[in-house]
Design a protein around this ligand. Sequence first.
Ligand code: NAD
Length: 506
Amino acid sequence: MTTATINEQVVRDVVQEVLSQLRGAGAAGATAAPAVSAPPIGASSPITARPTSVPAAAAAGTPSQAASGRWGIFADVNEAVAAAKVAQGWLVEQTIATRAQVVQIIRDVVRSRIQELGQMELDETKIGRLDHKFDKLELIVSHVSGTEFLSSEAYSGDAGLTVVEHAPYGVLGVITPVTHVIPTMCCNALQMIAAGNSMVINPHPGGIQTAVYITRLWNQAIHEKLGVDNLICVMEKPTLETADAIFTHPDIAMLCVTGGAGVANAAMSSKKKAVVAGPGNPPVVVDETADIDRAAVKIIQGAAYDNNLLCVAEKQVFAVSSIFDQLMDAMSRHGGYRLTREQMDALGKTCFISKNGSNGGHLILNREVVGKDPEALGAMIGVSVPPGTQMLYGETGADHVLVQHEQMTTVIPLVRCGNVDEAIALAKTSEHGFGHTCIMHSMNVANLTKMGREMNTSLFFKNGATNEGEGFISYSIATPTGEGPTSPLTFTRVRRCIMIGHLRII
Ligand code: NAD
């Protein structure tokens, strides 16, 4: 046994030990995961009423008043919100430097345990890839913005001086997905706390043990250095009822939900201000001017990342006929395994089933396929896939179930199109107005411009993969509500302080 395998085994044993202790403590309580259906929401969805007033910041409490020793873990929403309110009252009294310390502690806890946490999340959720779990955590702790992102603006002129500042909301209600348990919680916590808020999280039941474990670690570490508990609170038995209690609690000032159509629609119809990071079905268009080999490499790189769990990841390809066969061949050279049309049909029927388990009626995603690697997915339809394969792929029609629905697994359909206009039109239809993400491989600026305008998505990747690019990162891409990738400023109220006649010193 090599050192690497010994270490891997040790990490696995520790994770199993922690998971079984959590189970014994009754922290699991996992209920059946809500199914992802794919009714279109997004740009066409109505944006519901915003609150007319925001609850005042919590009365400042001392850390000792704050249900200390709970480490943010609660069964009752009222208790969680009360504890988070006291913690936020403390935070708002602190300096920005102290907030930055909290942010650093959150980063350090994750950075010091990347192997353990990545392994734990994979063991519990059983979806995705271990190497990419590590990569995601590394990216989050190094590239999600904290207090340095906060800013103030000033207007100085004949009328005086106006200062614009970005204030906290208070206690935020947060919903997180099973696809990225710690990445979403960590990203939300860094940004929300940098902005001066505390949070109550209703995680997906499918990752609850991991969510409870990281919450305990964060609160214990913050308490050890700063004496405050419960800045990050989590429901230990999350259900739709606890989600609803958070949505309607008078002391929750704002919501941030990350998930599929069901939760996105629920948050959009809530009376509270909501930042909604909803579902996507990102199409890729490849035209005749693209570097075809590069397009194949990048499509596979983005789609295979964490076995296609990401909402931004490439889900279906529309390629013009003059380069279609070339692209199909290139996919094989760069990690793809080609399926026949019949095999793509069989996989479509495996991936999407009706609520009663057959293939008719309203289709939902079969949770058994989500985040599975290509070998496991192939085995489900009796195909033996070579080890090391990154993605399964094959030609389908534009109305194929794998084109029209968000599969979140390691198969990608390619559709042959007459020309670029047809490809863009079909891509737009397949995105269903989510307004989330699209991708194009082209060297023709007119075509790229047309794609960007037609698709009208929050993210538009050109000539690259969806897991790369410049700019700050976020694991909540707020699509129907329009904020795009969240930042600390997303979780602040704009306040304006206006002095008339004085303080302009020039
Ligand atoms: P999911 O919709 O099944 O669950 C997401 C969360 O919402 C979970 O905590 C779940 O318990 C909760 N939930 C579901 N229905 C609810 C309802 N009616 N009321 C209250 N809470 C409810 O999704 P998932 O499988 O965990 O995550 C995958 C989905 O999330 C995909 O559709 C993906 O595109 C989307 N996603 C979007 C982003 C983004 O940034 N836009 C990021 C990650 C995932």
